[in-house]
Write a protein of this length. Structure first.
Length: 70
């Protein structure tokens, strides 16, 4: 989760779902082959990769927070 800025995720190849959580509500965004998503600041997120590929991620890393997965 990035409290200071949005994050840009640009999938160049591969297949994955981005899972966003804001105020306890989950949203799944499917990315197949190519796609662009802007993740709002203060939004917990993770990715589930179905096919390896390449992506470009742009964000300000300052004060990034990480949760331990269960």
């Amino acid at each position: 989760m990035h409290p200071n800025c949005e994050e840009i995720v640009y999938l160049l190849s591969g297949k994955m779902d981005l899972i966003l959580e804001k105020e306890g509500v989950l949203q799944t965004i499917e990315l197949r082959s190519k796609g662009l998503v802007i993740i709002p600041r203060n939004t917990w997120h993770t990715a589930k990769v179905f096919e390896a590929g390449n992506m470009l991620v742009i964000t300000l890393g300052k004060e990034t927070q990480v949760r331990q997965s269960e």
